[in-house]
Design a protein around this ligand. Structure first.
Ligand code: GRF
Length: 216
C-alpha cells in the first residue's frame, strides 16, 4: 500500500485529481495520509478537509532559518509514517534531507515538457508565459522523480497539449491542467502503487508499456 504525503501550495486541482482517482479506483493500492501546505490559505487544504484527509500547515516564515524549517518538515512527514511524497502544485524548495530520506519516493508534476521551460523561476503561470513568448505550438506536462536538482529527476510520464493561436497564459494553464496534469499525475501514482515502475532505470521502463513495445 502506498501511503502518501501530498505537499501543496495553491488551489489543489492536482490534489483533487488524485483524491477523485482514489475514489473511483483509477488509483488502487494507495491512500493519502496527510496533505501539507506552506500556505495556510491554500484552497487545497479545503479540498483535503472535504475528503476527510488530515491537513497540516508548515511555513518557513515560522522558523528562524531554513535549516530549522527543513528538519521540521522532515519530522512532520515522518510522524505520519508515509512511504511516498507527492508534490502537487507545491512551490516549496524541497530540502536535500527530504530527498535523502525518500530516495526515488518523491514525485512532482511540472506544467511543461521537461527539459523545456523548467528549473529555477519556472513555476505556475510563468511557465505558460514563457511557452507563449517563445511561440511554441505544443506544450504539456511532466511527472518526474524529485532528486537534488530543480525539475531534474528521472521523467516518469509526459503528455503533450496543443497551444491555440491567441491563447492567454491562463487559458493555456487551464488546458494543460485539464488535458495533461490531472491525467498523468494519477496515472503515475497508480503505476508506482502497483509496482509498474523501474525507478533505477535511466530511461525508466514502465513494465506494462515496456511489455507492449516488446510484443509488437
Ligand atoms: C499548476 O499549473 C501545476 O502544474 C503547478 O501549480 C499549478 C497549480 O496547481 N505545479 P494546483 O491547482 O494547486 O494543483
Amino acid at each position: 500500500m502506498l501511503k502518501m504525503a501530498v505537499l501543496v501550495s495553491g488551489g489543489g486541482t492536482n490534489l483533487q485529481a488524485v483524491i477523485d482517482a482514489i475514489a473511483d479506483e483509477t488509483i488502487t493500492n494507495a491512500r493519502i495520509g496527510v496533505v501539507i501546505s506552506n500556505n495556510a490559505n491554500a484552497f487545497a487544504l479545503e479540498r483535503a478537509k472535504k475528503a476527510g484527509i488530515q491537513t497540516e500547515v508548515l511555513s518557513p516564515k515560522s522558523f528562524d532559518n531554513r535549516e530549522a524549517f527543513n528538519y521540521a518538515l522532515l519530522d512532520l512527514i515522518q510522524s505520519y509514517e508515509v512511504n511516498f511524497i507527492v508534490l502537487a502544485g507545491c512551490l516549496l524548495t524541497i530540502p536535500e534531507i527530504l530527498v535523502e530520506n525518500y530516495p526515488n519516493r518523491i514525485i512532482n508534476i511540472h506544467p511543461s515538457l521537461i527539459p523545456s521551460f523548467c528549473g529555477k523561476g519556472y513555476y505556475g503561470l510563468k511557465v505558460h508565459e514563457a511557452v507563449l513568448a517563445r511561440g511554441c505550438k505544443v506544450t504539456g506536462a511532466t511527472v518526474h522523480f524529485v532528486d537534488s536538482g530543480v525539475d531534474t529527476g528521472t521523467i516518469i510520464l509526459q503528455k503533450a497539449v496543443k497551444v491555440h493561436y491567441g491563447d492567454t497564459p491562463s487559458e493555456l494553464q487551464q488546458r494543460v491542467m485539464e488535458q495533461a496534469e490531472w491525467e498523468i499525475l494519477p496515472r503515475a501514482i497508480n503505476l508506482i502503487a502497483n509496482d509498474k515502475i523501474n525507478a533505477d532505470d535511466s530511461y525508466l521502463r514502465i513494465r506494462e508499456q515496456h511489455t507492449e513495445e516488446r510484443t509488437k
